[in-house]
Ligand binder design. Structure first.
Ligand code: BTN
Length: 254
């Protein structure tokens, strides 16, 4: 790993840590620079969604991978970040965290975190990747909100553990993510895919995915070499590269 990495910065309130990290990248920041915010006013999620969390109820962290060399590895970065996060939570809290494609962190069917990786260009040139992580750590049911009830969870709700040192967790997570990304430059991809498969929470389960107005179902069969999700449908084996799958049938199909 490139050493020393700059200390993880902690800001009180920002719009989005990913937006700020992208700005840093365009300004030529150091590899591994990272920012956590105690709260975000416009946190971004995947698929154009937002990410909301009460102040200090968890971790909102963005990590910069600086340099054009990360372009070639971009499809595997979300997988590597997911594995790094899950393994760190498992080691640090003895928590049975799994992964749900493409990169949700889950306890069983309930989501406790998500990852949003964004490629950043500067004047038409690829500048690097921002890895954004949102983790529900200390949140109780009230903090998670009625809207998410049943679908979301936190480390506290699942294990009874809380984390007072969110700065320490952010630093450990940043180091683990940078190390996992850098390992991709030397280790064969099979190692990452094998660990992802061990953490896969939906393999062998029925899943639904949207196609236009319709929903198709099939059995999740793990991750393809290129990071797509393999799903065995009535029409054969499909590889999904975008979107998401659900493990509950959409309300209007049954
Ligand atoms: C998802 O949709 O599951 C991904 C959520 C990613 C949220 C994190 S919070 C820190 C970083 N800053 C953002 O604006 N988003 C990511």
């Amino acid at each position: 790993m490139t050493r020393p990495l700059p200390p993880v910065e902690c800001w009180d309130e920002v719009d989005s840590t990913n937006r700020i990290a992208a700005e840093w990248l365009r300004a030529g920041c150091l590899h591994g620079r990272a920012l956590r915010a105690r709260s975000q006013t416009a946190g971004r999620g995947r698929l154009g969604r937002s990410w909301t969390a009460p102040p200090d109820s968890g971790l909102t962290l963005s990590v910069v991978l600086a340099g054009p060399e990360w372009f070639a590895l971009a499809p595997r970065i979300p997988l590597a970040a997911g594995v790094a996060c899950a393994d760190l939570l498992r080691d640090r809290y003895d928590a049975p965290v799994g992964l749900k494609w493409p990169n949700d962190l889950v306890f069983g069917r309930r989501k406790c975190g998500g990852i949003l990786c964004e490629g950043v260009t500067n004047g038409g040139r690829f500048a690097g990747i921002v890895i954004g992580i949102g983790l529900n750590i200390n949140a109780d049911e009230e903090a998670l909100g009625v809207e998410l009830a049943g679908r979301a969870t936190s480390l506290f709700l699942e294990t009874g553990r809380t984390e007072a040192d969110l700065d320490g967790l952010a630093a450990a997570l940043r180091d683990a993510i940078v190390a996992a990304a850098e390992a991709l430059t030397t280790a064969p991809p099979e190692r990452l895919l094998a660990r992802w498969a061990e953490l896969d929470s939906i393999r062998g389960r029925e899943v639904w995915f949207g196609e236009g107005d319709a929903a198709t179902s099939g059995i999740a069969e793990g991750i393809a070499q290129d990071g797509g999700l393999l799903v065995r449908t009535a029409d054969g084996l499909r590889t999904l590269h975008a979107g998401e799958v659900t493990t509950q049938p959409p309300a209007d199909t049954r």
